[in-house]
Ligand binder design. Structure first.
Ligand SMILES: [Zn+2]
Length: 396
């Protein structure tokens, strides 16, 4: 069937990119897949699994897809009330669950499943987004399973996770999979410039340092001293001499990660506490006895969150270590191309010229091992000491 007017039928998947997708950068294939599914001629699966490395834009993509489904024009115009409220997080038929805790509580998912049963209030669909679907226990997956198996006709689930393997097989086999890739530095830099008004040179530096992690790139671009601290850590790594220095450097990394995580967790905790007290009608900051246990619960949550954050921050530092060693290896193998750590180029050249690519390769594996050990609950300081000691001995 062809349109008789001059305007293309709403929702066609080709044609210019609708506004809601503007911030989903470097993901052309995934965006095309979403737009096809949302178009009248597409088939809309009711459960989606959006995977991709941290910072690649999984939740941004989920929101843009939700806006496309609810859009009054059927396109994701970015201008109608539905599009604007979905992107702002206030659309009554789009529920987003995000967590920075270690796991999503079963009760939270149970409430979500109840919401999923309800018909949409104003939109065409009821959309439920779980941003960190990998942070669910087996029991919680089971709570979700029934609703994903047989959702009401207008309900659409969107689960986000680093990889499909992070979800129970019973869940992932019922989802349509969309895989995001690591966006390259140039498109991330362009996004920071356009969306956040970051100076072009700084945006490119921050994007390169963040290696495709959009949120991290923004932090590097806007948080005073963060790029300098990263550069300093790279310099220290490339100059390590012996086990003694390695132990000190490991302690330094763990201290820095703990401070960074604590600062973030404290800010979030204070905001939550204030919001809670305000919603209870208290504005002098004094907690009445009846509310103490709830405030205590908030504080306990904040502590748990901090534990996870320290590990996340350390993992990021280890990815930085990995990027420095990969730069070294690239030079040893005679690969051209731009360094990730261009600021310490002379040090990288020096270390590369002294060493052997095969050794560097084993060190890269050692970094991945250290990451896996920390994720598997080995005390971070131990894992990092062992790694840096090995690097110190091998790179001399
Ligand atoms: Zn719209």
């Amino acid at each position: 069937m062809t349109g008789t007017g001059t305007v293309a039928p709403p929702g066609v998947a080709d044609g210019p990119l609708p506004r809601v997708w503007a911030d989903v950068v470097g993901q052309d294939a995934a965006v095309a897949q979403f737009r096809r599914a949302a178009s009248p001629e597409g088939s809309l699966a009711q459960a989606w699994l959006i995977t991709g490395p941290p910072g690649s834009g999984r939740s941004t993509a989920a929101r843009a897809f939700a806006a496309t489904l609810q859009c009054e024009q059927g396109t994701g115009c970015g201008e109608c009330r539905a599009c604007r409220t979905v992107l702002a997080g206030t659309h009554p038929d789009v529920t987003v669950v995000a967590t920075d805790k270690l796991s999503i509580a079963k009760e939270e998912v149970r409430a979500l499943v109840m919401t999923a049963q309800r018909a949409p209030a104003t939109g065409r669909h009821r959309v439920l987004v779980i941003e960190d679907a990998d942070r669910m226990s087996a029991g919680t997956f089971n709570v979700l399973l029934k609703s994903i198996e047989e959702p009401p006709p207008s309900t659409v689930w969107m689960l986000c996770a680093p990889s499909a393997e992070d979800l129970a097989a019973t869940i992932r086999s019922r989802c349509r999979l969309v895989t995001l890739s690591v966006p390259d530095s140039a498109v991330v830099a362009e996004l920071l410039e356009r969306r956040d008004g970051v100076d072009p040179a700084l945006a490119l530096r921050a994007a390169r340092a963040a290696q495709g992690h959009i949120g991290l790139a923004l932090r590097y671009a806007t948080q005073e001293g963060s790029l300098a601290a990263r550069e300093e850590a790279a310099r220290t790594l490339l100059a390590l001499r012996g086990a003694g220095e390695a132990v000190l450097a490991a302690q330094g990394l763990v201290d820095r990660a703990t401070a960074e995580a604590k600062e973030h967790a404290d800010t979030v905790a204070a905001e939550e506490r204030e919001r809670f007290l305000r919603s209870a009608g208290i504005d002098d900051g004094k907690v009445p006895p009846a509310l103490r246990s709830q405030v205590k619960q908030l504080e306990d949550d904040a502590k748990r969150r901090q534990t996870r954050l320290v590990r996340d921050v350390l993992d990021r530092y280890l990815l930085d270590v990995h990027s420095v060693l990969r730069d070294v290896l690239g030079r040893q193998l005679g690969a051209g191309g731009e360094l990730v750590n261009i600021e310490v180029a002379p040090e990288i050249e020096r270390v590369a010229s002294r060493g052997d690519g095969r050794v560097t390769l084993t060190l890269l594996e050692a970094v991945q091992e250290a990451r896996a050990r920390i994720a598997g609950n080995v005390p971070p300081l131990l894992a990092i000491e062992a790694l840096l000691a090995r690097i110190a001995i091998s790179l001399v």
